[in-house]
Design a protein around this ligand. Structure first.
Ligand SMILES: [Zn+2]
Ligand SMILES: [Zn+2]
Length: 284
C-alpha cells in the first residue's frame, strides 16, 4: 500500500487546519517536491482532491509567490487551501473535535493579536497526515486523533523498541498487535514508515554517521531509521526524532546505548567514544 503513497507532511492540528488549510514546508519531502516542481510553478495554483475516510473533497494547491530577490535560497511554499465553510473543513472540525474545542475556548479568552499563537498542549495534540496517491492531483488525508494516541500509548507499553523499529524499516508484522488497536497501529506505523522512507531518500540511503551506503556495491539499499527518543516511550515519529543509519551503527547504538547530544549532534558512548552526525539535512 505504501508503495503508492508517498509522504507529504505531518501537520499538528491548529486553527489553520480547521479553517483554511495547511502550509507544507518542502524540506524532507523529496518525492513530493520533485513532482510538484514539475507541475506547479511558483505563483500558480490548481484544483486538487483530498480523500478522507473514503470520501473525496475539493481543495486548491497553491505554490505561493514570493520575492525571489529578497529570498534567493527559499524553497517553494506550498499550501493546500480550502474555505472555512467547505465540506472538508467541516469534516476536519468534527474529527478533530477535541482540538477544535480547546482552540475555540482559548480564542474566546484571548485578545485578537494573541490568537494565532495558540498551541494545543502536548498531551492532547492531534495530527493530520498527508500522502500522495497514484493519481497526480489526489491526496490522501489521515487523521491521528487524541483517541488514536491514547490507544497507541496503551499498546506501545508492551512493545520492544527494536522490534517496533524493525516492523517500520522492514515492514515485518508486529507480534504484539491486538485486534482492538489494529487500525491505530496500522495508521501510525504507516506514517512512521513514510517519514523514515522519506528521510532515507533525502540521504540517498547513506548512513548519517559514517556517510556511506555500504550496501550499494551489492546492488541494494539497506539503511534504517532510528528514533532518538525511543518511539515506544515517546510516541514521537517526527522527522526530528529520527536519524538514518546503517544496520551496523543501529545494532551498536541499541546495544551500547550512547547518549545523543542534540546540540552538537554527537553520540557519546559510555566508554568515552564520540561519533558525530556527519550528514545532516533535517536535524536542527
Ligand atoms: Zn554507519
Ligand atoms: Zn533504533
Amino acid at each position: 500500500m505504501l508503495d503508492n503513497n508517498y509522504y507529504v507532511y505531518k501537520k499538528e492540528v491548529d486553527w489553520s487546519v480547521l479553517q483554511q488549510g495547511v502550509s507544507i514546508p518542502v524540506t524532507i519531502q523529496v518525492v513530493f517536491q520533485n513532482t510538484i516542481n514539475k507541475f506547479l510553478p511558483r505563483g500558480k495554483s490548481k484544483d486538487i482532491y483530498l480523500v478522507l475516510e473514503g470520501l473525496t473533497y475539493k481543495a486548491r494547491l497553491v505554490n505561493q509567490k514570493f520575492d525571489e530577490r529578497k529570498y534567493p535560497n527559499r524553497k517553494d511554499i506550498l499550501q493546500i487551501r480550502y474555505h472555512p465553510q467547505s465540506e472538508i473543513a467541516e469534516r476536519l472540525r468534527s474529527i478533530f473535535a477535541a482540538s477544535y474545542r480547546y482552540i475555540l475556548e482559548q480564542r474566546n479568552s484571548l485578545p485578537e493579536n494573541q490568537r494565532k499563537f495558540i498551541k494545543v498542549p502536548e498531551e492532547i495534540k492531534e495530527y493530520l497526515a498527508i500522502y500522495t496517491t497514484e493519481y497526480p492531483d489526489t491526496y490522501l488525508l489521515e487523521c491521528i486523533t487524541q483517541e488514536d494516541t491514547r490507544i497507541i500509548k496503551e499498546t506501545m507499553v508492551h512493545e520492544d523498541e527494536q522490534e517496533y523499529e524493525a516492523s517500520i524499516n522492514y515492514n515485518t508484522v508486529d507480534p504484539n498487535a491486538t485486534i482492538a488497536a489494529v487500525n491505530q497501529i496500522v495508521k501510525i506505523r504507516k506514517l512512521n514508515r513514510a517519514i523514515g522512507e522519506s528521510l532515507k531518500l533525502l540521504y540517498n540511503y547513506r548512513c548519517q554517521i559514517c556517510g556511506e551506503n555500504i550496501s550499494a556495491r551489492y546492488g541494494v539499499n539497506v539503511v534504517e531509521s532510528h528514533h532518538i527518543n525511543p518511539f515506544v516511550e515517546s510516541l514521537n515519529n517526527n522527522s526530528e526524532n529520527q536519524v538514518i543509519i546503517c544496520p551496523n551503527h543501529h545494532r551498536i547504538i541499541h546495544r551500547a546505548r550512547p547518549v545523543f547530544d542534540r546540540r552538537k549532534l554527537i553520540f557519546v558512548y559510555h566508554n568515552g567514544v564520540e561519533e558525530r552526525i556527519i550528514l545532516n539535512r533535517h536535524l536542527q
